[in-house]
Design a protein around this ligand. Structure first.
Ligand code: ADP
Ligand code: MG
Length: 348
């Protein structure tokens, strides 16, 4: 029987769900987060509040745990690297450094001969003026973006005068893909050529924020196989340990593109809690804590709806859920517009 203590950096809903999964495996969780209201403190065994640059606090955290993982990617590389000298950090810090930078991430994917959207590095406003080729496009900060934050749609050069972009940061400009569909593939890798892959999940976004996910995805067999193969190839190349998600675009001509990689559990995989024998969260904990791999079995088709901002309210008082509906409240202190507050999974 294991009595490990798993350190998790980040205290949002993903940290909560990782903690719940760890408990089931008899693993204690200690969460480190720079938000004193972090919702995951309701679910973990111990919570430490501190900045990601506070070396003393971080050392206190590192001493308590046996192995360290993280639930979001925007952690300073130096912080992860220093931690890794004392306790193993998984996925390893170099993976996080690569993926947290949109340019490095896309260069890496292209080197594997995997298609991404067309993109170009932008350092100053005038760079865009010669790049009509990439329009209509989306200008994105190279680091720190999530849920569409730090993104600016640009249809034509003149649009640049209408938006207020801080060019002291780095950007990439991505050509807009004429989307038919978005899917994601979640994979948990345990060691060399030793992994489990969940079937592709079909995702719908509203305002660049995930709204619906469902399995099965309505896609061709070719896309299904290709997306799983690419996810596997990416995880192997990174020598990744843990759960990883690859987000894909499918365009109107049935071309598949990798949009981005998340070096962590992913919102689109929440339905795996109810629809599979082992969830993406449990699998992540299993992989980083060196448990045996269990063959994945799908138990049911499913769909998930994110409850964003005020949408959580009506469900908090709803005692009328059907037996196939599962409501999750992230217990965030404050309801904010565009903030993910909870979700509902329905088994189909
Ligand atoms: P985030 O890090 O915020 O998830 P993404 O790059 O995944 O950023 O963008 C969020 C969403 O915005 C995507 O899931 C997609 O719906 C839309 N989007 C982003 N880039 C493109 C693109 N190049 N073409 C078409 N849609 C895009
Ligand atoms: Mg995304």
């Amino acid at each position: 029987m294991s009595h490990k203590n798993l350190g998790i950096i980040g205290g949002g809903q993903l940290g909560s769900m990782l903690s719940v999964a760890a408990k089931k495996l008899n693993i204690k969780t200690t969460i480190y987060c720079d938000d004193k209201d972090a919702p995951a403190q309701n679910f973990c065994d111990e919570f430490i509040f501190g900045s990601y640059r506070d070396n003393e606090k971080i050392l206190e955290f590192v001493k308590k745990v046996d192995v360290i993982t993280y639930e979001f990617e925007n952690i300073p590389f130096e912080t992860l690297n220093e931690m890794n000298k004392l306790k193993t950090v998984l996925p390893k810090p170099s993976v996080n450094r690569l993926i947290q930078h949109r340019l490095a991430e896309k260069d890496f994917i292209n080197k594997l001969n995997i298609r991404t959207t067309r993109y170009v590095s932008i350092e100053k406003k005038s760079d865009i003026e010669t790049l009509e080729d990439f329009l209509p496009g989306i200008l994105k900060t190279t680091t720190m973006g999530y849920d569409g934050k730090g993104q600016y749609p640009i249809k034509k050069i003149e649009d640049l005068n209408l938006i207020n972009v801080d060019f002291s940061k780095g950007y990439i400009l991505e050509k807009l893909v004429k989307l038919k569909k978005e899917i994601s593939v979640i994979i948990t890798r345990f060691s060399n050529n030793n992994y489990e892959i969940y079937e592709p999940i079909e995702n719908t976004h509203e305002d660049q924020i995930l709204k619906h996910s469902k399995i099965p995805a309505e896609i061709s067999n070719k896309i299904l196989e290709q997306s799983k193969e690419w996810a596997k190839q990416i995880a192997e190349e990174l020598k990744y340990i843990g759960t990883l998600c690859v987000e894909f675009f499918i365009d109107r001509n049935e071309n598949l593109y990798v949009n981005e990689i998340a070096p962590r559990v992913h919102n689109s995989g929440h339905l795996t809690i109810n629809a599979y024998n082992v969830s993406q969260f449990e699998n992540h904990v299993r992989a980083v804590c060196s448990f045996e791999k269990i063959p994945l079995k799908k138990l049911s088709n499913a769909k998930m709806i994110n409850l964003i901002g005020n949408q959580i309210k009506e469900y908090r008082n709803n005692t009328n859920l059907n037996h196939n509906e599962f409501f999750f409240d992230y217990l965030k202190k404050e309801i904010k517009e565009k903030r993910k507050m909870g979700h509902i999974t329905t088994l189909l």
